[in-house]
Design a protein around this ligand. Structure first.
Ligand SMILES: Cc1cc2nc3c(=O)[nH]c(=O)nc-3n(C[C@H](O)[C@H](O)[C@H](O)COP(=O)(O)O)c2cc1C
Length: 338
């Protein structure tokens, strides 16, 4: 299976839910939620893509980097790359029901494992979505990260205990689903979290906690002070608040404030290994990829593995072209500034 075949499969399976545009930038699907688009005018989704386009790379080729290492260690797990699959819930109502929800979770967990990295699985209006993800994480000995929407803390803690039982690597909470249309429309009680509630979560959950949906320095500082292990700088792929800046734009200030204290993931508009290099150069420890993984799911676990390996090999090539031997050597020096 290769990227060309995967794109063809996607065109056959997705209908209007995803038009498989040459560049997945949120233009054709603006406002399509349920669907693959960004909320409102779709500007926040487009800003993710354009913020990355505005970052330019400094090509350097007089050096001796021939075989760079893309290996990344996350909570004592050694991964082949700093690229994880972002959680995507609700294939049925968002993505033309092209694959049963449970099969998608299985493909993400197994496809990422085949490529030597980790998949995150989502949550949604039906409890089966979270449960299905946990089952597949259990089947592969805990190699995955479940994501929980932000209901009241006692529910999060109960769901996190289930994740502890299956031996998951960590749990994520997408606090930015606080007003997500899909959740509120189905009567689910979700909402934002206070600093005290974050402290309570940390005190009651043994697994590392990832707070997903941080776009502001002050929010990042509060997560860090509450003892949270990691954040995802994310605007939920532009699906929760129209007119936010792109994540690449807010990332450097967040890294400057808390980068030494916690693991920083970022997502939004990352489409190539070159984009991955840009996010790492802007200070992220690792990235999540959303829509491209859902598109690759047209080829099941094999398709997702193929995409992840493709992104990894592009990152490797980009590291040669900028003279970076390993992830630690990627920094601001690879960014072109006049
Ligand atoms: C259809 C769809 C469903 C999503 N479901 C979830 C979810 O259940 N939980 C979550 O934390 N994020 C969810 N996200 C957001 C992604 O995890 C991720 O933040 C975003 O897609 C990254 O942007 P990208 O798609 O441009 O790579 C969803 C995104 C899409 C497009």
């Amino acid at each position: 299976m290769d990227m060309k075949e995967l794109r063809q499969l996607g065109r056959e399976k997705f209908g209007k839910a995803c038009r498989m545009c040459p560049i997945c930038d949120g233009r054709a699907c603006a406002g399509e939620i349920p669907g693959a688009g960004g909320v409102g005018t779709g500007q926040a989704f487009r800003n993710n893509v354009s913020a990355l386009v505005n970052v330019q790379l400094r090509q350097r080729i007089i050096h001796d980097v021939h075989m760079p290492s893309t290996r990344f260690t996350l909570w004592e797990k050694s991964l082949t790359m700093p690229i994880l699959a972002a959680p995507i819930g609700g294939i049925a109502f968002n993505w033309n029901n092209y694959i049963p929800e449970d099969e998608y979770a299985k493909a993400v967990i197994n496809g990422c494992k085949m490529a030597g990295t980790l998949g995150m699985v989502g949550d949604g209006k039906l409890p089966e979505i979270y449960q299905g993800g946990l089952n597949h994480i259990l089947e592969v000995g805990g190699w995955g990260i479940p994501t929980i929407k932000p209901p009241p803390n006692e529910q999060i803690i109960a769901l996190a205990k289930q994740a502890e039982k299956v031996g998951a690597v960590a749990i994520a909470i997408d606090v930015d689903a606080a007003a997500l249309i899909n959740m509120t429309a189905s009567g689910q009680k979700v909402g934002p979290k206070t600093y005290e509630e974050l402290v309570e979560l940390k005190a009651n959950i043994k697994l590392p906690i990832i707070i997903k949906g941080i776009m502001d320095v002050q929010d990042a500082v509060m997560c860090s002070q509450a003892g949270i292990d990691a954040i995802v700088v994310s605007n939920h792929g532009g699906r929760v608040l129209d007119h936010t800046p792109g994540t690449a734009e807010v990332l450097p200030d967040i890294v400057a404030a808390v980068g030494d204290e916690m693991t920083i993931f970022v997502d939004g508009g990352i489409r190539t290994g070159f984009d991955v290099l840009k996010m790492l150069a802007l200070g992220a420890d690792a990235v999540l990829v959303g829509r491209p993984v859902t598109q690759a799911g047209a080829g099941g676990a094999e398709g997702i593995s193929c995409l992840m390996e493709h992104l990894r090999s592009e990152l490797e090539a980009a590291m040669i072209m900028t003279g970076c031997q390993d992830l630690a050597s990627i920094g601001g020096q690879v960014l072109y500034k006049k």
